[in-house]
Ligand binder design. Structure first.
Ligand code: NAD
Length: 289
């Protein structure tokens, strides 16, 4: 396939390289990054011209909308615009409508798996959009990832991603505050793990991403809380979940509190650049006041 790849940052570049390695023809564009091994066009529109699929991997919804304005008029009829960024649900739906009005297919296909998953081709794609577009792009998802779930119509991929990550943020905070309480009660962390990981408090954050160093699963906690999944990316996703909750009139008090805690952690408490599990040392240092 002829593929245009717009946004060649930490995630986009390795994803594009995997498509090239699999034998596809990829033309890239990025306003800043110029990664080696990818043929680059002079603009997003030029990269998109003649492409069967245009993939975008960009920082946020405003940038996605701006790039869509540039590439949609340049795309050939029947081609598919596939956005893999994490953006707000409203932007995903707006871009899909704009593409449909121009006779193009569109998918929102955010990923989980991080830069390791992008490099190793083991991402999970959560996909919203029409069946025909999904069928066209699915072979590319199979190269860049290990699993693609077609979640429903436009916006369903972003919706699945932010609901999942809202659970993740809330659960990480609950796991960390419970470890900090256990510490203050004099309970040994290993014993705490042995009980909770096999009791009704178990979770992915406790069992697979244990936030306490030297206990449970090997995780960023064992590496000085170097990310991993950075606290500021968790904050981004929690903010998107609250933006969506606002626009859908959904009551999400725990998600709202998690967003406020990660905001304070990232903006006022040295959490920036730390893994999102560094909530544990944060709670450790604090009392109730
Ligand atoms: P990044 O900042 O490394 O890459 C984004 C790239 O987009 C940059 O190279 C930037 O120069 C480029 N860009 C910005 N504006 C542009 C424009 N107008 N035209 C063309 N290129 C433009 O970010 P990333 O870590 O690669 O993340 C990309 C997306 O993937 C984000 O939405 C992020 O939330 C999501 N995501 C990231 C991870 C992760 O672990 N890094 C995991 C899951 C999802």
């Amino acid at each position: 396939m002829n593929i245009a790849f717009i946004g060649l940052g930490n995630m986009g570049a390795p994803m594009a390289l995997n498509l090239i390695t699999a034998g596809h023809s990829v033309t890239g564009f990025d306003t800043m990054a110029k990664p080696e091994g990818i043929a680059l066009a002079a603009s997003a529109a030029e990269a998109a011209k003649g492409a069967d699929v245009v993939i975008t991997m960009l920082p946020n919804g405003a940038i996605l909308r701006a790039v869509a304005d540039q590439v949609i008029p340049a795309m050939k009829p029947g081609a598919v615009l596939c956005d893999c960024s994490t953006v707000d649900v409203d932007s995903a739906r707006a871009v899909a409508e704009q593409a449909a009005a121009a006779g193009l297919g569109a998918l929102d296909a955010p990923v989980s798996g991080g830069t390791g998953g992008a490099t190793n081709g083991t991402l999970t794609f959560m996909v919203g959009g029409d069946d025909a577009s999904f069928a066209t792009v699915n072979p590319l998802f199979e190269i860049m990832g290990q699993k693609a779930v077609h979640c429903g119509a436009a916006g369903a991929g972003q919706s699945a991603k932010i609901c999942n990550n809202m659970i993740l943020g809330v659960t990480m905070i609950a796991t960390c505050e419970a470890f900090a309480l256990a510490d203050k009660l004099g309970l040994d962390r290993q014993k705490m793990f042995d009980v909770v990981s096999t009791s009704s408090g178990y979770s992915w954050t406790m069992n697979a991403y244990t936030p306490a160093p030297g206990v449970g699963a090997k995780s960023p906690a064992d590496n000085g809380y170097k990310p991993g999944f950075a606290a500021e990316l968790m904050l981004k996703d929690l903010r998107l979940s609250q933006q969506a909750a606002q626009s859908a009139d959904a009551d999400t008090p725990m998600g709202q509190l998690a967003a406020a805690l990660y905001e304070r952690f990232v903006e006022a408490e040295d959490g920036k650049g730390m893994d999102f599990s560094a909530m544990l040392p944060r709670f450790e240092k604090r009392g109730r006041g």
